[in-house]
Every structure is written in structure tokens, then in C-alpha cells.
Design a protein around this ligand. Sequence first.
Ligand SMILES: [Zn+2]
Length: 251
Amino acid sequence: MDSSLQALVEMTRTLGEPHRDYVIIGEGNTSHRIDANSFWIKASGQQMHNIEADGFVAVRLDETLAIIDNPPPTRDALQAAMNAAKIDDNLPTRPSVEVTFHAMLLSECDVAYIGHTHPVAVNQIMCSARAEAFAANRLFPDEVVLCGPESVFVEYEDPGLPLAVIMRERVRAYIAKHNEAPKVILLKNHGLIALGQTPTEVLNITAMAVKAAAIFVGACAVGGPVFMSPEDVMHIYKRPDEIYRRQQFVD
Ligand SMILES: [Zn+2]
């Protein structure tokens, strides 16, 4: 098997380990860029914790991105377009319903691996009135180092193509503001997306976002969170020794 597909299988299984409380049953999906115009995406209905290589489908990037630019008029036409983007037409599996946002993020953010999960710790905030405040702020230095100076926040949208369309707008606004791609995307009433160059980076970002979520909830219970100032956040983010540390976490 292709070693990068094997790495995707292992990353997906790790994200799905029951003790982490990131996903249950068929929740979550992952992807990996194969080359300029193709990527692996988890197939619809697969469980993450015991997934095998045949639980992934290779699809063409340009055809999947075209779905976002020219949305098919009906649900059946959308399903047909997603299936038509498969590289191997004979495969019985179909790509995850979230294949469009994976294509968009692999392209817009120029990352190699994506992990999308529904962690309990994160979703207790995403399903609360403080969801946007959690995304926009940082609580402690290692959250800044791993997760970036802020997270992209996406309001609730129907999973699938409508979510990909609104997420692209939010991601482009983040890139215009920060001059670089985000590490974390938070989806209101839905979940978390971690973007990385390696499986290790996706796992580390997910773990740190989940830790920050647990701390945020605890801080809300003892009088309310006290966020780092924007100056302190950017100071940590730009410190050469922290940039060096951040690179060590990627490999
Ligand atoms: Zn989801």
C-alpha cells in the first residue's frame, strides 16, 4: 500500500480511538492530498477507529472544486457529481458527504492532511452561546503555538455543499487578515477541523484544541474565561523560539 495512504489510515484510527471522545459510530472524516489533482477522502459510512485502506476513496480535486463553483440543481445531481469525481468508477464506495469542504481546504490552505471530528469537549462549546468567543480568543501560550492566533469560526450550515460554500468565504477572510492559512476551523453546532502538513500535526492540533476546550469550559464554571490579550497572542505566535518549537511538532 502507498505509505501516505497508510499514514492517513493510522491518523484516522488514532482520531477515532474511543478514549479520546472525538467521534463515535460513523462521525468524522479525514483526507490527504495525493498530488496536484487528486486526494484520498474517507468513504461515506466508515467508522474511524477500525478503518482500513479500502475505507478511503481517491477523487479528482478539480472536479470536486467545480461542484462548489457550479452547484448542481438537485440532490441527485449533486450525488452524481460527487461520484463522477472518483478516480476509480468501479469502486462501490462513495466519498463522504463532506468531500467538497475537504477539496476546498486542501486547495485554499495548501495542506496535506485534514482531520474533521466532533469532540465532546469542543462541541459542548460549539453548542453554546460562547462558541464564537472560544474561536476568536486564546487562553494559553501552547494553544497559540499549535492552533494559531485564532480559529476560523463558521456559523451553522447544512453539512455538505452548503457548508463548503460558507466555509470557503470564512477561510478566505482569515487568509486575507493573517496572510497565512488557519490551523483550526470551528463549526457551530457541529465540530472541529484540524489542518496540517503531516498526520502528527493534525493529531497535535486536534489534541490541543480539545484541551483548550476543556479549559474554557472549566474557566466558564469558575467566573468566566480570562483570555490572553491580542498583543500577547501575537507576541507568542511570532517568537522565534516558539516558531522553532512549532516546527518540531510537525514532524
Ligand atoms: Zn462533521
